[in-house]
Design a protein around this ligand. Structure first.
Ligand code: ADP
Length: 298
């Protein structure tokens, strides 16, 4: 029902007392390797909720690629669409200091080799989905081709992260465009006012059919392009331990429920429960809930 087109990365995490300056070496903790990348995260999040989910991505022919595939299979994601080879699996090199601040270097690796041609080759998979969810950790041309191949056969959901300019062809296909505060500010530039409801309306003016703005512990806003109506969705109150990957879990849950025909505000209320559950445990994919672990609605 849900096809995720996106990135798969191995997150390599070392805790350090302080980060090294140029030419300097510091010692850190033991290495922790976690499956990550926005596409892989979304697919695992949806599958754990019970969605029939497939992933279209590219990994390297290496240990990180196998780790990522293993995590997808364990969650129940169909991985026939995961291509292998051409470059090493994407990695995020992450150092975490005692205050919890991250420094991250991303090596896109195989993600950068997921091409428009790969999307055309997977056209049957793309057109069979009720909903296709994409992000921007793969080439923009590949996202454009996804929109073209989909051709309105299914719904298209985009989280434009990392945030950057989007062609009109992609923007007008989004239903919804899902952004956090940072992504909203980048897309709106100086035109972003102080108020999130205003952002939602300004984002609608860029052409998407609908918009969802996520606001962390403050929940989310949904905005409908036809009616202009903006609705606020509260987040369940939980004690947050690690917000990594909360947005990916939220977006995956939202896309799946929208694909099933749920109303946007109802789908966002469900997604907010999923995002809230994801912040109560450390990590991204490891923290994603099964339905029994969801908090009650706010
Ligand atoms: P991102 O992870 O992309 O920065 P947000 O921080 O907005 O995105 O989180 C996405 C969604 O996850 C929010 O809309 C909310 O529903 C949920 N969420 C995030 N942080 C919390 C929190 N501290 N408490 C409850 N829900 C949260």
């Amino acid at each position: 029902d849900l096809l995720v087109v996106g990135s798969a990365n191995a997150d390599l995490v070392v805790r350090v007392e302080r980060r090294p300056g140029a030419g300097e070496t510091v010692l850190g903790s033991d290495l922790a390797v976690h499956p990550g990348g926005k596409g892989a995260n979304q697919a695992v999040a949806a599958a754990r909720l019970g969605a029939r989910t497939a992933l279209l991505a590219r990994v390297g022919d290496d240990a990180h690629g196998r780790l990522l595939l293993q995590a997808q299979r364990a969650a129940g994601v169909a991985v026939d669409g995961v291509l292998t080879g051409g470059a090493p699996t994407g990695v995020a090199l992450i150092t975490v200091d005692p205050s919890g601040d991250n420094s991250i270097v991303v090596s896109p690796g195989a993600n950068a080799l997921l091409t428009p041609g790969d999307i055309r080759s997977a056209a049957r998979l793309v057109r069979a989905a009720r909903v296709v969810s994409a992000q921007l950790e793969i080439p923009l041309a590949t996202v454009v081709e996804t929109v073209r191949v989909l051709g309105g056969a299914g719904r298209f959901v985009l989280n434009p992260s990392p945030a950057g300019p989007l062609p009109a062809e992609v923007l007008t296909a989004c239903d919804p465009l899902v952004v956090n505060e940072h992504e909203a500010r980048v897309l709106l530039g100086d035109g972003a006012g102080p108020d999130p409801a205003g952002w939602a309306r300004s984002l609608l003016a860029l052409g998407p059919r609908s918009v969802v703005v996520t606001l962390g512990a403050a929940g989310a806003l949904t905005a409908d392009g036809r009616t202009g109506v903006v609705e606020r969705v509260a987040a369940p109150r939980v004690s947050a331990v690690d917000t990594t990957g909360a947005g990916d879990a939220f977006t995956a849950a939202l896309a799946w429920r929208l694909g099933r025909g749920e109303e946007p505000a109802a789908a966002a209320r469900y997604a907010a429960r999923v995002g809230a559950a994801a912040v109560t445990r450390p990590g991204a994919q490891e923290a994603y809930p099964v339905p029994a672990q969801l908090p009650p609605p706010a």
